[in-house]
Design a protein around this ligand. Structure first.
Ligand code: GTB
Length: 217
């Protein structure tokens, strides 16, 4: 059955692939699973029909018939478990990849999110200029640790996994901040993720929502 996901009808990032449907699209492309997309306005996300799928009235969601999921990490995990290509077969390597999925969402993303919210919603506050460097430094702590761990390796563990997919999407949220540039190996890691053909297809599809131009090829 072809799954259906939800995404913004008008993404605030104007197609930069920073909203969380991007990680679900990328996972589906990695495993070669076709999917449909239902686009929602902000008002539609808060309506009872959508809240039946997502209790917090957000995107993305994932539906297969009458089976529905919300939370991008849970959706990527579901896709990774049901197909080959995103989680290793070896039990220990699989557990390590799942650990990286949690680390991306639960350890690395929170300070990046705090910074993003401040720049988006708090830039007109009197204390903003004082707070931003504090938030930047909290992000730097995690980036420094991740950078040391990654070293000159290609991926977080022995092969690309759902852990890398989530980590790359989390790090991409720093685009335009200049923070990632301070860690050349992390910039290169993100670039490696973005160079994957599955990423490119997912990116083109979410961009087409904004430009109205269907991707070719
Ligand atoms: N923990 C949930 C998950 O991982 O799925 C969080 C879901 C979530 O935050 N969804 C956001 C949403 O629906 C879209 S992704 N927001 C509307 C609302 O809460 O009313 C967050 C996001 C939005 C926009 C950009 N951007 O434009 O750069 C980046 C990220």
């Amino acid at each position: 059955m072809t799954p259906t996901i939800t995404a913004f009808e008008r993404s605030p990032d104007r197609g930069k692939g920073l909203a969380r449907d991007m990680r679900v699209r990328w996972a589906l492309e990695e495993v070669g699973q076709r999917y449909e997309v239902r686009l929602l306005s902000f008002a539609e996300m808060k309506e009872p029909a959508h809240r039946m799928l997502h209790p917090f009235g957000q995107i993305p969601t994932y539906e297969e018939g009458n089976f529905a999921l919300f939370e991008s990490g849970a959706i990527v995990f579901h896709i990774a478990e049901r197909h080959t290509g995103l989680l290793p077969d070896d039990a220990r390597a699989r557990a390590r990849a799942i650990t990286w999925m949690f680390a991306a969402l639960n350890t690395v993303e929170p300070p990046i999110l705090d910074r993003g919210i401040a720049t988006l919603l708090e830039h007109d506050k009197t204390w903003y200029e004082e707070r931003l460097p504090i938030l930047d430094d909290r992000v730097r702590v995690r980036l420094g640790e991740l950078s040391s761990l990654l070293g000159d390796a290609e991926w977080l563990d022995t092969a690309f996994s759902a852990g890398d997919l989530l980590m790359v999407t989390v790090l991409r949220r720093l685009s335009g901040s200049g923070l990632l540039d301070e860690y050349p190996n992390l910039s290169a890691y993100v670039a490696r993720g973005e160079a994957r053909s599955a990423f490119k297809r997912a990116f083109a599809d979410q961009l087409a929502v904004f430009t109205g131009k269907r991707p070719t090829g």
